[in-house]
Ligand binder design. Structure first.
Ligand code: FAD
Length: 404
């Protein structure tokens, strides 16, 4: 109405919850919506609901810095993120929705011989997996990223690992695209509906309690990111997860200056430029457990310092906004997609800093698990019991600011 347009239609219905569904997904973030879409598309399950306590897109799916990449090193993570990037590459066609997926290339900088060796190894692993990696030496890098401080004596720039298929996407559009596509296949997206209890009889899930009444289902999936510990506790589970705040920042809109996604190898800082021109950047966790979706000044200062060290020209840009999201951190930095001790209850969580890029493959694998009871091949190593047995841990939290 502001600009005089009329007749806009909502992209999805606003249904009242039914008393019973075949499956319920708790959490309408990226992973929950993708799960619903693939349950409907791949497994023909359409009598299902996504229950979201706020509105679609209000969680981390609308708060992240939108980096999409497949440059993981360890078996288990490699095949999963490789699959995810392929799903990203077909996503706009699949959903018939412009998610502004931009494969502008991602460059991880290295600053020592040892770090270069580690990146060479990672690059080889990526190529073996069928993905792309190119080692850039200092001169080559300089021609691509002339704005970096190549004279910095404390953190000399040796080169970068370039992942051409990496990039960014419009985060909200991913939520909206999956939401519309799921709705079109008959999935009920129920907003302002908080799950307050999980009903279990004789070790079998029977439904959930919500702020909009009780709803029955034989299958329930928990996909609540930073709130996973709280929701799993409703089923008597104690997860190996700590919830932490991660911040991000955006500057005023500038002319195109940063063409890629770039991460600093000697401090917690990574950056890209949005299509509106804002420089979007972030660093590490605030490092205290919290459910507050906002951060504090010490980490903001730390991120700005790292930015100034790497690219002093950024000091001229004015920061417009900062915000935070609640990260579901696992001890080994890798996620969980698994069954639980309660029959019919499934869990998908532990995405740490990096779950945006995982949205399609996580939804695909979790839908497979919920529909068939068997793990999908790409996610078979994301077992919950690895934290109890110590077998199969995948310690890949990322190095430096390559978390995101
Ligand atoms: P969410 O969108 O948080 O979805 C979970 C939903 O569950 C929420 O909407 C919440 O309201 C709902 N919920 C919780 N409890 C209940 C309940 N009781 N009942 C009903 N609903 C409930 N990842 C990358 O790959 N690349 C990046 O560059 C990147 N940058 C990031 C930067 C920041 C600042 C942050 C915060 C995160 C970043 N991430 C990044 C991580 C990524 O955003 C998350 O891992 C991912 O979005 C989590 O999955 P989700 O989208 O399903 O979460």
């Amino acid at each position: 109405a502001v600009f005089g347009q009329k007749g806009w239609k909502p992209l999805w219905r606003d249904p009242a919850p039914k008393p019973r569904y075949d499956a319920i997904i708790i959490g309408g973030g990226g992973h929950g919506l993708a799960t619903a879409y693939y349950l409907a598309r791949e497994h023909g399950m359409t009598n299902i609901a996504v229950l979201e306590k706020g509105h679609i897109g209000s969680g981390n799916i609308g708060r992240n810095t939108t980096i999409v990449r497949a440059n993981y090193f360890l078996p288990g993570n490699q095949e999963f993120y490789s699959h995810s990037l392929k799903l990203w590459e077909g996503m706009e066609r699949d959903l018939n929705y412009n998610v502004m997926h931009s494969q502008r290339g991602l460059i991880n900088l290295f600053h020592s011989d040892g770090q270069r060796d580690a990146f060479v190894r990672r690059g080889n692993a990526m190529i073996n997996q069928g993905d792309d990696a190119i080692l850039l030496d200092r001169d080559n890098l300089r021609s691509h990223l002339p704005y970096l401080d190549f004279d910095n004596a404390r953190f000399p720039i040796y080169g970068g690992l370039y992942h051409p298929r990496g990039g960014t996407a419009r985060h909200d559009a991913v939520a909206w695209g999956y939401a519309r596509a799921a709705d079109q296949r008959g999935v009920d997206l129920i907003q302002n509906c908080e799950v307050t209890g999980i009903d279990i009889e004789n070790g079998v899930v029977t439904g959930v309690q919500t702020t909009r009444g009780a709803i029955k289902a034989r299958k329930v999936g928990i996909v609540t990111a930073g709130r996973s510990g709280q929701v799993a506790a409703m089923a008597g589970m104690r997860l190996p997860i700590e919830s932490h705040v991660l911040q991000a920042f955006v500057t005023e809109g500038l002319k195109p200056v940063i063409d890629h996604v770039v991460s600093f190898g000697m401090g917690h800082f990574y950056i890209s430029q949005s299509d509106k021109g804002g420089l979007v950047f972030g660093g590490d966790l605030d490092f205290y457990a919290s459910y507050a979706a906002r951060g504090n000044l010490p980490m903001a200062e730390h991120v700005m310092e790292a930015a100034m060290t790497l690219m002093p020209m950024i000091g001229k840009a004015r920061v417009l906004r900062s915000w935070g999201g609640i990260m579901d951190m696992t001890p080994d930095g890798s996620p969980i997609i698994d069954t639980t001790p309660t029959k019919g209850l499934f869990i998908d969580c532990g995405w740490c800093y990096g779950g945006f890029k995982a949205v399609p493959a996580s939804g695909f694998a979790f839908a497979h698990l919920m529909a068939t009871g068997q793990p999908h091949a790409t996610a078979a190593k994301f077992r919950l019991d690895r934290f109890r047995s110590g077998v199969g841990l995948m310690d890949e939290e990322g190095t430096g600011s390559q978390h995101n």
